[in-house]
Design a protein around this ligand. Sequence first.
Ligand code: GUN
Length: 295
Amino acid sequence: MSADIIDGKAFSEKVKARVAAQVEILKNQSNLTPGLAVVLVGEDPASQVYVRNKNRSTVAAGMKSEEIKLPASALQEEVLAVVNRLNEDPTIHGILVQLPLPEQVDEMAILDAIDPAKDVDGFHVVNTGRQAVGLPAMVPCTPLGCIMMLKDRIGDLSGLNAVVVGRSNIVGKPMANLLLAENCTVTIAHSRTRNLPEVCKAADILIAAVGRPKMIEGDWVKPGATVIDVGINRIPAEEGKTRLVGDVDFAAVKEVAGAITPVPGGVGPMTIACLLANTVTAACRIAEIEEPRIT
Ligand code: GUN
């Protein structure tokens, strides 16, 4: 039997519509327009596409959007100066510095300089720590989107076996924490894990976040499992073109899994929707007003 396809695009449109409704209420009732600033250093083509999409979605949701572009040659101090200015700007509630940064810029130092209250990426160690101990925190957008899709599909995740393949700070580790907070039994697997196919096969929920095209094979997956593919890999296709594939061998795994996210159209659109949602959350916390609830 073929798995259900989890439509991240359609789900993200619902989340974006909810955010837009919240923004409308905040503008009318509290005279508050949430603002998101995105900082792009250099001209990486994939980053340029992401930043353009973020900008467009922010404006579409009724929020203020600021895009700051610096040349690839920008020095650490120049990037820090931009972050410091945005930290002080009362019209900006979310700051995102697009990664990767050029090698002369120390990524950790830049992330550390962002006001944790405006850290809509959830990458600051203050937010990482707060999330780990269960305090209110800004949560990284990609894992947040994955949890939303899982809860929408499964409902209560309590007691389920979740395996996260990948241990990055951006996805793997925060993903594991979020699953733990939902009372899953969580395993983090990585490049040194022994018997990886067997470990994956024990998963009711399998999250692939390694950045290796089609690594997860059909016989690594438990029949009926829910598979979330975080990978976005560009591989050569016919006639000198390229195409996007995930970390999961989609054609093989969809014959085994109960549900699966496609690439593209799965996790990717949810990440931007969660960034907008995080910006509203940050704006409300900074203004010390309750976040509007949309039912
Ligand atoms: N580069 C790729 N994904 C991301 C992301 O989620 N946030 C930031 N800041 N940079 C990225």
